[in-house]
Write a protein that binds this ligand. Structure first.
Ligand SMILES: C[S@@+](CC[C@H](N)C(=O)[O-])C[C@H]1O[C@@H](n2cnc3c(N)ncnc32)[C@H](O)[C@@H]1O
Length: 189
C-alpha cells in the first residue's frame, strides 16, 4: 500500500486537523479548489457542525458542489464564492480549524493564484476567529510566478507570532529539489 502520509502534504495537513476537530465544530476551507479539504472537514464535524468554504473561481465552486453531492453531504456546508480575505463578513462563530492550500487549482486556470496580500489578511482574520486549541494549516506551493513572495511573506509573519499565544510548526521536505511544498501548522494557546 502506498504511504500517503508523508508523500502528500495535503494528507499531512489533514492528519494534523484530525487530531483537533470533532463533531459539532465550525471549520473553514479557505481555498476550496476541487473540494477535497471541504469534504474532509464536513466528514470530521458531521451534520452537527458547520463548514465555510471559500474560493473565487466558478470551477472550484462547481467541482466542490459536485464532490459533496457525490458523497451525499448536504448538511451545513456554506459554499462562498468570495475571497478568503472577507472571511469575517461570513463567519462570526469561533472556529476550530482553518485549512489553506495555496497556489493554483490543479487542472484549472494557472493564472488564478493565491496572493501574499490577501492570504495574509485572511490568515490574520482567521487567527482572531480561531478558538483556544484551534488550528490553522497552510500547505504552501510556491513553484509558480509570485509563489516565492507569498511563501516568504507568510513565513516572515508566522515566525513572529507571539509564542505566548500561538505554537507555530513548519514542516519541510528537506531532501527534495524543485520547490517542494511547505506545511505550516498554527495552534492557538
Ligand atoms: C491549491 S488550490 C486549492 C486546492 C483544494 N484544497 C483542493 O482540495 O482541491 C488553491 C485555490 O485557491 C483559490 N484562491 C485563489 N485566491 C483566492 C482567494 N483570494 N480567496 C479564496 N480562494 C482563492 C484558487 O481559485 C484555487 O482554487
Amino acid at each position: 500500500m502506498e504511504v500517503k502520509y508523508l508523500t502528500r502534504p495535503t494528507e499531512i495537513a489533514q492528519s494534523i486537523m484530525r487530531g483537533i476537530l470533532k463533531k459539532g465544530d465550525v471549520a473553514v476551507d479557505a481555498t476550496m479548489g476541487n473540494g477535497q479539504d471541504t469534504l474532509f472537514l464536513a466528514k470530521m464535524v458531521k451534520s452537527e457542525g458547520k463548514i465555510f468554504a471559500f474560493d473565487i473561481q466558478d470551477l472550484a465552486v462547481a467541482n466542490t458542489k459536485k464532490l459533496l453531492e457525490k458523497n451525499h453531504i448536504y448538511d451545513d456546508v456554506h459554499i462562498i464564492q468570495d475571497s478568503h480575505e472577507n472571511i469575517d463578513r461570513y463567519v462570526s462563530d469561533e472556529i476550530a480549524g482553518v485549512m489553506f492550500n495555496l497556489g493554483y487549482l490543479p487542472k484549472g486556470d494557472h493564472q488564478i493564484i493565491t496572493k501574499a496580500e490577501t492570504t495574509l489578511v485572511a490568515l490574520k482574520k482567521s487567527l482572531k476567529l480561531l478558538k483556544r486549541n484551534g488550528i490553522i494549516t497552510m500547505v504552501i506551493y510556491y513553484g509558480h510566478l509570485g509563489g516565492e513572495t507569498e511563501k516568504e511573506k507568510i513565513i516572515e509573519y508566522v515566525e513572529k507570532l507571539d509564542p505566548n499565544l500561538f505554537h507555530v510548526l513548519k514542516i519541510d521536505y528537506i531532501n527534495q529539489t524543485q520547490e517542494p511544498p511547505i506545511i505550516i501548522g498554527i495552534v492557538k494557546k
